[in-house]
Every structure is written in structure tokens, then in C-alpha cells.
Design a protein around this ligand. Structure first.
Ligand code: ADP
Ligand code: MG
Length: 319
């Protein structure tokens, strides 16, 4: 991705753990590498298509004037969030805050903290089969939009679907949203759980009726398995009610374990259902589903690691 760099912007601030640092203040040097696509701005010679680095510098200086954190880690975190939320074209940044006069009683050039933060593309599945289902799903989308660390990019149609797993319960209304988020996966899940709770969700029985179910399907092309969170969602390839809305908004998005697009996974699932194979639960997505067959269900190329549809950084936490 293209970059705009700012080096050693000199600002005055009151960050520090010592009382005199908060009272007297000191000089800080801030460097930033701003990640964005400058192609359009470059071709059209138009500032509105880029990020105004002058404005960024003034924002940084104003931030240092207004805030006093104990740690430069905290200052960096808050400043990165503020810049990413404020400048539309900014997809990510690295930010370094240097403290040349850190009062440690020994001479040094400077001490610094450098962090890298950015917007991540994720897909969230939404479902409801109790009460006013449409209203619960609508509230969930509003809830996502209300969070400054989430941008809702696209939402599928709501689709009426038959219950899965436990079949003696009302029909579901399902959908899918593509979001950009500054939240890490666990933080995103915690926020989704909060929205479920606000909708009065009670976990009485597994796969039982619910006012609102919000699941993370994909987060960039990250693969992770933690006690409370598996990404990609471990059962997404077995669930037509997940794949249909996902295909409506992102047919080409790639499952980073199965190396199949959403469209291919759906076709594979439909073929399995037609041949009477039924849906396996697929605890191990790479091993459990018939999509691992080398035959490509959609007849195309599959989606090997050749491109990253989410525009992400190809992180790997597991596998
Ligand atoms: P389901 O969504 O499968 O119908 P629940 O909503 O009751 O079931 O979720 C059960 C648990 O699944 C949650 O407590 C959550 O911690 C865990 N979980 C694991 N991976 C994910 C994910 N990708 N998205 C949402 N929840 C997940
Ligand atoms: Mg869930």
C-alpha cells in the first residue's frame, strides 16, 4: 500500500508517570507512516482524494495539547485511533512517539513506542428467530454503526431460512454484513456479545431460539483457534443460511483454511445436500468438509493464497 511519511514532528505534551512531567510538560517527537491508496489523488492531483498531512500534523499537536497520559503506549493507542477514525482515506498507520527527555536519570537519545494499527475487513453473520426478527437485525446494524471503531460497509438482504441443528423452532431471518473495524477479533466478539445481550439474548440451549445471534465469519484472512473464538467460523461452510447472504455481498471472498470462495463453498454445500450427503458439523473445517476434495466445486481456480480479497495483511495466528 502507498505511504505518506511524517518524521519527527516536534510537539509539546504532558504525558508521563511523574508528577513533574504532567505539570511542566516536555518535548515529544512523533513520526507516522500513513497507509492509503494515493493512486487516484496522484492521477487527478487532488488533495480531497488523499490525506492532508498538514491536517494530520495539527491533529497530532492538538492531541498532545489536550491529553495527558501516564504512558506513551496509551498516548500512541489513543492518537492512532483518533487519526484512523478521522481521516476517511487512511487504512492504517505506524506511529512512533519518541521521548527525548525521559527522566530516567541516565543519558539517552530518546526512548520511543512504535505501534501499527489499521482498519480490518471482517464479515459478521446476523440471525434472529424470536419476536420482531427484522427489528432485532436492524438494531444490530445500528449497534455496529454506533461504535466508532466499526464502519458498516455493506449489508445483505435479510433472508428467511429453516432452523439448523435444532429444527423444532421458528424460522430464522438471516443476513451478513461486511464491516471495517479497528477492533481486534476478541474485542469485536465482546462487542457483538454486548449487542446480543442488549437484544435480550439468553443462552438456554445450544442452537436454540434466539432474539439475536451475531457471529464473526471471517476477519481478514486470519486463522485462529481460541477457547471462545474460532476464525474462520468453524461451521460456516456447512450453513447455507450463512453462505447465501455472504455470497450476496462477497461471492469471491476466500476461506483461508478451505481455500474456496464463498460462492464455491455454497455450491459445494448445495451439491452435498442434493446428493443426500447431509451437512457434517465440521469441527475441523480443513478435515471435516467434503470441500477439501481437490476437485474444485465451482470448476474454477479455487482461491489459493494468491490474493487477499479482504485487503489485509495475511496474518497467521495458527495453522
Ligand atoms: P452459535 O452461534 O453456533 O449458534 P452461540 O451464539 O451460542 O452459538 O455461540 C457459542 C459460542 O461460540 C460463543 O460463546 C463464542 O464464544 C463461540 N465462538 C467461537 N467462534 C466464534 C465466532 N467466530 N463468532 C462468534 N462466536 C464464536
Ligand atoms: Mg453465535
Amino acid at each position: 500500500m502507498d505511504r505518506i511519511k511524517i518524521k519527527d514532528l516536534e510537539v509539546f505534551g504532558r504525558h508521563g508517570v511523574y508528577e513533574e512531567e504532567n505539570r511542566l510538560g516536555q518535548k515529544f517527537l512523533v513520526s507516522a507512516c500513513l497507509y492509503l491508496d494515493t493512486r487516484r489523488a496522484g492521477l487527478r492531483d487532488s488533495l480531497e482524494d488523499s490525506v492532508n498531512y498538514g491536517e494530520v500534523c495539527h491533529r497530532i499537536a492538538a492531541f498532545f495539547e489536550a491529553r495527558a497520559c501516564k504512558l506513551i503506549e496509551a498516548a500512541a493507542e489513543a492518537l492512532a485511533s483518533e487519526l484512523l477514525r478521522s481521516f476517511e482515506a487512511l487504512r492504517g498507520l505506524t506511529l512512533e512517539i519518541k521521548k527525548p527527555w525521559a527522566p530516567i536519570g541516565l543519558p539517552l537519545s530518546w526512548v520511543s513506542v512504535e505501534i501499527e494499527r489499521g482498519w480490518h475487513t471482517a464479515y459478521v453473520a446476523l440471525g434472529s428467530n424470536m419476536g420482531d426478527r427484522q427489528s432485532y437485525l436492524g438494531q444490530a446494524v445500528s449497534g455496529l454503526e454506533d461504535n466508532p471503531d466499526i464502519r458498516v460497509e455493506q449489508v445483505s438482504d435479510w433472508m428467511e431460512t429453516a432452523p439448523y441443528g435444532v429444527t423444532d423452532q421458528p424460522e430464522f431471518l438471516n443476513g451478513c454484513a461486511r464491516i471495517s473495524t479497528l477492533l481486534e477479533p476478541e474485542e469485536l466478539l465482546a462487542y457483538l456479545n454486548q449487542l446480543e445481550q442488549q437484544a435480550g439474548r439468553e443462552r438456554i440451549r445450544r442452537w436454540g431460539p434466539r432474539t439475536l445471534d451475531l457471529d464473526i465469519l471471517l476477519y481478514e484472512d486470519r486463522i485462529m483457534e481460541r477457547p471462545a473464538l474460532t476464525i474462520p467460523h468453524r461451521d460456516m461452510h456447512n450453513r447455507e443460511f450463512v453462505l447465501r447472504p455472504l455470497c450476496q455481498i462477497a461471492p469471491g471472498v476466500c476461506h483461508p483454511v478451505l481455500h474456496r470462495t464463498a460462492e464455491q463453498l455454497l455450491q459445494c454445500l448445495v451439491e452435498r445436500a442434493d446428493s443426500g450427503a447431509g451437512c457434517k458439523e465440521g469441527r475441523n473445517p480443513a478435515g471435516g468438509a467434503s470441500c477439501k476434495e481437490d476437485r474444485n466445486p465451482a470448476g474454477g481456480e479455487g482461491c489459493k493464497e494468491d490474493r487477499n480479497p479482504a485487503g489485509g495483511e495475511g496474518e497467521r495466528e495458527h495453522g
